[in-house]
Write a new protein. Structure first.
Length: 112
């Protein structure tokens, strides 16, 4: 959600040998395009804690290109609604975590 200026742009996965070329560019981009890591976390925190959030809502920054700003409801990329992409994400998540999330589909027993 947005662009947070962190060290992931210059030291994250996949940078490797490209770092020599990428690092100077990303340092400039972080200054002009990014926002603080704390502000970048706000849309996710809002989505997780605000009382007006409904299921299927997406939140991101309210600025140009949804890159920086305050949390607001935003649209989503077509891939975010693609069942094939969702299935693949689910499979990879299970593989990487070693947890079979299908077990979470079981009905929840009533507390009363």
């Amino acid at each position: 959600p947005g662009y947070a200026s962190t060290n992931l742009q210059t030291n994250g996965p996949g940078i490797g040998a490209l770092g020599v070329v990428v690092k100077p560019f990303m340092k400039v981009a972080n200054v002009f395009l990014g926002q603080s890591d704390a502000k970048g976390a706000l849309p996710s925190l809002y989505a997780a804690t605000a009382s007006d959030v409904k299921g299927n809502d997406y939140f991101g920054p309210d600025g140009i290109g949804e890159q920086r700003g305050h949390p607001t409801r935003v649209g989503r990329a077509a891939r975010a609604s693609d069942p094939a992409v969702a299935e693949k994400l689910w499979e990879v998540s299970e593989e990487l975590t070693g947890v079979e999330f299908g077990a979470l589909d079981a009905p929840v027993a009533s507390a009363t």
